[in-house]
Design a protein around this ligand. Structure first.
Ligand SMILES: Cc1cc2nc3c(=O)[nH]c(=O)nc-3n(C[C@H](O)[C@H](O)[C@H](O)COP(=O)(O)O)c2cc1C
Length: 202
């Protein structure tokens, strides 16, 4: 790579780690007649393999923050092209004012291990239970264990492998929703390539 023409600008600190996932997090209050809610989040990430864990960072003023703080449960639902509109809506409207499941015609499915529902229209949903809350400043970070996962059967091949590249997932890149696509390689391809070259030389 020729860097002779590259000029760098030194900016102040900011959250420029991009792209990030965009997820729809569903939760429900403790009362009998509570309507389930959805909040869209970009500050979410995988944080541990065993036990499987993820984190979501939520501002205290969000309606969902109150619900998840009380119940300690939520589901994380991956966003596809077909869900991008609904994800944006769930990220600009509050459950205090609207029923987002109803408005976006989404289907709430009862969780197996948590009271929070998951979203039928999402290809991959994870039921989560909060293990720790860390107050960071603007956001509270909820660390959570993933208790079980729901995956669309048509994304699983005959050998039982998940073909997530066929789901049409969306990521969030500096204010834009973008489709994930265009395969460049696979896990370990940099070393695999060398081995193939060596083998070919023999
Ligand atoms: C793409 C996108 C990403 C967002 N990420 C976050 C986030 O990581 N944390 C957060 O607190 N709010 C985030 N928001 C804002 C909330 O989704 C929004 O305030 C929502 O209306 C809150 O809903 P609620 O009041 O029903 O909980 C995001 C919004 C959008 C559109």
């Amino acid at each position: 790579m020729n860097t002779s023409n590259v000029k760098k600008l030194d900016w102040k600190a900011g959250t420029l780690l991009n792209p990030v996932p965009v997820v729809m997090v569903a939760c429900v209050g403790e009362g009998q007649n509570e309507k389930p809610n959805i909040i869209t989040l970009a500050w979410a990430g995988t944080i541990n393999s065993n036990p499987p864990m993820l984190s979501v960072s939520i501002r205290k003023e969000r309606h969902s923050h109150g619900i998840i703080s009380k119940t300690g449960e939520f589901t994380v639902n991956l966003v596809t092209k077909g869900l991008a509109w609904a994800a944006d809506y769930c990220g600009v409207k509050s459950g205090r004012d609207v029923d987002k499941f109803k408005e976006m015609q989404l289907t709430a499915v009862a969780g197996a291990d948590v009271r929070a529902p998951y979203i039928m229209e999402s290809p991959v949903s994870m039921e989560c239970r909060v293990t720790q809350v860390i107050e960071l400043g603007s956001h509270d970070m909820f660390l959570a264990e993933i208790l079980c996962t729901h995956v669309n059967a048509d994304l699983v091949d005959a050998a039982g492998a998940l073909q997530l590249e066929n789901a049409g997932l969306v990521c969030y890149n500096h204010g834009q929703y973008q489709v994930v696509g265009g395969k460049l390689g696979f896990y370990g391809f940099s070393v695999r390539k060398k081995k193939v070259i060596k083998r070919e030389k023999k």
